[in-house]
Design a protein around this ligand. Structure first.
Ligand SMILES: Nc1nc2c(ncn2[C@@H]2O[C@H](COP(=O)(O)OP(=O)(O)OP(=O)(O)O)[C@@H](O)[C@H]2O)c(=O)[nH]1
Ligand SMILES: [Mg+2]
Length: 607
């Protein structure tokens, strides 16, 4: 069944950008992972993810038609893969060879007159280059080749719909170098043929590989080879119970191809036909109709990506934990820096301007005009109080603790912060490369110098921000009142009422004793004044304290917070691998979601 090529949709470029970014990010993580000795299985999964994106999902979203489907023959070294490929194509073109690990790069077999425009798709098979000249299958390079085969009646029916891929193994000592080639083609495949021989059917590495393919939702046909014909059924049953039953489910068909004679091997389309036909049928049924098979491949690919994203990104878990630790240490240093600034500078700073503001505030509360006479009278009455207060103030006041200058306090606090970070970096440097990178930054990378420069910039901005903050707040104390005559008059009236109330109370208390009046009235005037001053200074002190808080907030805003943010990000900047890592980690989850949505939209309701 054939589906016409879909005209390119207007969204295609957006899909392409998404596909290329996502496969790049997975590929970068794969390379990153390969550098870490304990992460080898993980790198295979990442490679499969990248391969699914660029070889299955990308072409589908670009409107590539489903035919031909791709079937890939995989398995351990010498399992009989190339032999099975020959059965599938009905020819002897795949080099079966007793040397284990003979096939070294993927080779596609297509019918003599088959289209090969599928290979022209952008980023097809990622880094694998297509060979333009024929080469033997043991050529060990990041390449693939396409071979055309003459078809007989049976293979015509298969090769009309399928490209058959012969793949390298994953089990020889050399395989670690070319496993990525194998996985790249697996990402492309719509149907997999997994080959295992009677001797090595239960080996750990190929079984793990089969598991990965099943997890990715690939339909798999298992071909068990080389056993004695009489043992075939028992062997199949044993493989199912010993191997398959422990693996995640999947569309699996299982068949046996007993040990063939040399004549059968040499004539796959004729003498080996009885084995061949059942194999062809099993593969063909999984690809019928092709459009359904391809849609299933695409759906399974995005399902796998969605389900596996967290696990795929867990390669970076240790790195993230180290970055997190660094962040915690930097933040703790920031708090310490701010506490020192508060204790050593802000708490010792008197903000004298507020004392002047208090004087102005009290002056304002005096009555103007006719009231001035009353005010002056009260002023005279309070003379003894003023003199006494002045005397007591002078004799009791303790000398002010000298205020430390602000910049040196900040510089010392910064020094303490940086010293602590340097020590922590040295302490953890052997635990993780992020810390080693930071230690190197301190030792030779000019990290400290850069922090100091940023501090100076921040300090300048802080001073600008602060410029008349204190002055403005202090002035605000009386200016607000000046601008609000109703409130001002109410307060003045209130103060006057307190003064008068106090005096009247004094006169009433003294009765007709003039001498007592002369004593009590100034005392009452003084008490009422003391009360007003107390309220005024309380208000001004609150403003002073709030100014301290505001100043600390400004230090945070202009100096400590930007410095902390910059230092936290530092390991992930300047083109370091941690920068690329963070970028990949940030972009992959939303990209997988977007890809899934695009696929869901295009697939419609059937999948
Ligand atoms: N006589 C006989 N030999 C077989 C049979 N199946 C495979 N062989 C031989 O076993 C050897 C390995 O088979 P291949 O098909 O090359 O195996 P492969 O999995 O492609 O091996 P690599 O590419 O090296 O990983 C070859 O010499 C085959 O001729 C069989 O049924 N009968
Ligand atoms: Mg081979």
């Amino acid at each position: 069944m054939s589906t016409p090529a879909t005209a390119e949709t207007p969204q295609a470029p957006a899909h392409r950008a998404l596909i290329s970014q996502l496969s790049d990010d997975f590929s970068w993580l794969e390379t990153y992972c390969r550098q870490q000795p304990d992460q080898a299985p993980h790198s295979s999964q990442l490679r499969l993810a990248a391969a699914l994106v660029r070889n299955t999902v990308g072409p589908y979203l670009d409107g590539q038609r489903p035919e031909p489907l791709h079937t890939c023959v995989v398995g351990g070294a010498s399992a009989g893969k190339s032999t099975v490929v020959n059965l599938l194509t009905g020819s002897m073109t795949a080099e079966a060879n007793p040397q284990a690990g003979f096939t070294r790069h993927p080779i596609a077999y297509t019918s003599a007159n088959g289209q090969i425009d599928w290979a022209a798709h952008l980023s097809f098979l990622g880094p694998l280059q297509r060979l333009t000249e024929p080469a033997p299958s043991n050529l060990d390079r990041d390449v693939y080749q396409v071979r055309r085969v003459a078809t007989d009646d049976f293979s015509k029916s298969l090769l009309a719909n399928f490209v058959v891929w012969d793949c390298p193994d994953m089990t020889t000592w050399a395989a670690s170098g070319y496993i990525p080639r194998l996985i790249e083609v697996c990402g492309l495949s719509d149907v997999l043929v997994y080959v295992a021989s009677d001797e090595r059917y239960n080996d750990e590495v190929p079984t793990q590989f089969l598991k990965l393919l099943l997890q990715a939702g690939k339909p798999v046909v298992v071909c068990l080879c080389k056993m004695r014909e009489a043992d075939a059924q028992a062997f199949l049953a044993h493989f199912k119970s010993a191997v398959l039953s422990k693996l995640p489910g999947g569309a699996i068909n299982c068949l046996a191809i007993p040990f063939m004679s040399a004549q059968e091997l040499a004539n796959p389309a004729g003498k080996a036909a009885k084995y061949r036909i059942q194999l062809l049928n099993q593969v063909a049924v999984l690809g019928d109709p092709a459009s359904t098979a391809r849609r299933r491949s695409v759906r399974m690919a995005t399902n796998f990506l969605l389900a596996a994203t967290d696990h795929l990104l867990s390669v970076a878990r240790k790195d993230l934990a180290a970055m997190q630790n660094w962040q915690t240490v930097v933040k703790a240093g920031q708090t310490e820096f701010e506490n020192r600034y508060r204790a050593e500078y802000l708490n010792t700073e008197k903000f004298r301007r507020f004392d002047e503001a208090l004087v102005r505030l009290l002056e304002l509360l005096e009555l103007p005009g006719v009231g001035k006479i009353v005010s002056n009278t009260l002023w005279v009455l309070r003379t003894p109080y003023r003199l006494l207060k002045g005397f007591l103030g002078k004799s009791m006041a303790r000398p002010d603790a000298p205020t430390q200058p602000e910049l040196p306090v900040l510089e010392n606090s910064l020094k303490g912060w940086l010293d602590h970070l340097r020590k922590e970096a040295a302490r953890h440097s052997s635990a993780h490369p992020v810390w080693a990178h930071i230690e190197k930054g301190f030792e030779s990378g000019g990290l400290e110098q850069q922090v100091r420069e940023r501090f100076q910039q921040g300090f300048r901005s802080f001073q600008l921000g602060l410029a008349d903050e204190v002055e403005r707040t202090a002035r605000g104390i009386y200016e607000e009142l000046e601008k609000n005559p109703v409130l001002l008059n109410t307060l003045r009236g209130g103060k006057f009422a307190i003064d008068m109330g106090a005096i009247v109370a004094a006169v009433l208390t003294a009765g007709h004793t003039v001498a007592l009046d002369i004593l009590l009235v100034p005392v009452a005037a003084a008490v009422s004044q003391q009360l007003v001053e107390l309220l005024g200074s309380k208000y001004v002190d609150t403003q002073r304290e709030q100014t301290r808080d505001r100043q600390l907030a400004l230090v945070q805003q202009y100096i400590s917070a930007p410095l902390a943010d910059w230092m936290i990000q530092w390991p992930a900047t300047g083109g370091s691998s941690f920068e690329r890592l963070q970028l990949a980690l940030k972009r992959i989850p939303p990209a997988v979601q977007a890809l899934d949505q695009a696929v869901t939209q295009k697939l419609g309701s059937t999948f």
